[in-house]
Design a protein around this ligand. Sequence first.
Ligand code: FAD
Length: 238
Amino acid sequence: MYGFAYHRPASLTELKTLVDGVEDARFLAGGQTLIPTLKQRLAAPDAIIDVKGIGGLGAIERRGDALVIGALATHAAVAASPIVRQAIPALAMLADGIGDPQVRNRGTLGGAIANNDPAADYPAALLGLAATIEATQRTIIADDFFTAMFETDLEPGEIVTAVSFPIPRRAAYVKFPNPASRYAIVGVFVAEAAFTTAALDRLQVPTDGLNSDLHAGAFYRAHLIPIMVKRAVQLALT
Ligand SMILES: Cc1cc2nc3c(=O)[nH]c(=O)nc-3n(C[C@H](O)[C@H](O)[C@H](O)COP(=O)(O)OP(=O)(O)OC[C@H]3O[C@@H](n4cnc5c(N)ncnc54)[C@H](O)[C@@H]3O)c2cc1C
């Protein structure tokens, strides 16, 4: 039996009141990770707080030199957005390559980065573009946000409201996908840098900290990274 309370706040103020009164709450956005996690009994929260009713969190807009995408923007919305396609086409391409149409129509930017799966696509873009994460209490730079596998700097009860991406002169994303899920075995996002593939000839990646799982070992991932970086730079140059 599931034993959690279900809440659907209509505003961030209402959300704050709810989280202040709950010991262990999980947020429901697209549900693409949370629902399977609950079904497998890997999480047993006291409360599920459905954030999809909070207005304004799905907006996509250009603010000066930055592209700001709301946490509830689905991958499909990011992929199809003329604003994203014009400002950072590599980001639209990344979103278009996530999972399958069902996942893209439900999964959200906020959920993807809060989950911080090492095989997810968005974290590479946030790091590559030096994005800033807007959370309910503060802003966090991407380098500080992703702290460890499936871990972020978010405090309990804190939610991501938007991500601000500085618009680069050029960028590209390539991934070596798992053929079944489309999750990244290795995903590389490049922006600006010294844009010649020759500059990467001697790039060697140590295995330290790289994921080893049934999909690929750390040595295989370390071998793939320079190859994928070269492909990303080549793509950005075209
Ligand atoms: C079959 C399949 C294939 C997939 N393939 C890919 C892929 O190729 N690449 C890829 O990157 N991803 C992939 N995904 C993941 C998917 O893209 C979702 O983005 C991801 O599952 C989480 O997003 P969500 O909106 O569904 O979040 P949920 O499942 O609703 O939530 C996930 C977690 O994030 C927290 N959370 C949600 N929103 C917020 C918020 N705004 N602030 C703080 N915390 C929040 C929740 O509390 C929960 O712990 C795949 C998923 C499936 C099921």
